[in-house]
Design a protein around this ligand. Sequence first.
Ligand SMILES: *[C@@H]1O[C@H](CO)[C@@H](O)[C@H](O)[C@H]1NC(C)=O
Length: 179
Amino acid sequence: MKEVLFLILLVLVSKAYTFLPKTYDARFISLYSTGPEIVDFSTIRFLGRDHRANGTLEIMEDMDDTFSVSAESFIDSSGGGDYKTLPFSIPLQPFCKSMNSYWSYFDATLKYGENTDLPVDTRPCPMPKGVYYVKDVLIKTDGWPTIMPRGFLKGVANLFKNGEYVGHLEVVCHITDLA
Ligand SMILES: *[C@@H]1O[C@H](CO)[C@@H](O)[C@H](O)[C@H]1NC(C)=O
């Protein structure tokens, strides 16, 4: 209960103080996905000491609003695998709407023409099927909450087609104090 209150406070405070400089950094640890018949992330690897994401993702079907998305986030402070729910989440909503509402968190990380050819700048609806590259992608936390717990942050995005669950994507990143 105390933790829940702390997290609620954290969100309120981070909303109020978004002008404060950020004191943390994030880097990729792992990616796990199911549902490769819709979106296949299986060739993405993390390269080098800074774990740059590299590879391709394949979107098998045009992604329009017959798809919907929800997401949750979790934090494991100790690295022991004990993930607690964080209050950052995306309520279930149509795919294109979710792109428009939430993509800003990834704007600084994925740049069309620089480190991907996924049209994240225009976010067309539908997002056309195809093979897209990501190259040397590092997490940029611009636009993220000012205050963030340290540890292993896991984001889980669930994908539904015509209301039926078809797969999910889990991305774990490590949140550390800025060096
Ligand atoms: C990185 O990804 C690009 C684009 O898919 C690919 O051409 C390149 O071979 C990859 N590099 C490594 C070291 O895997």
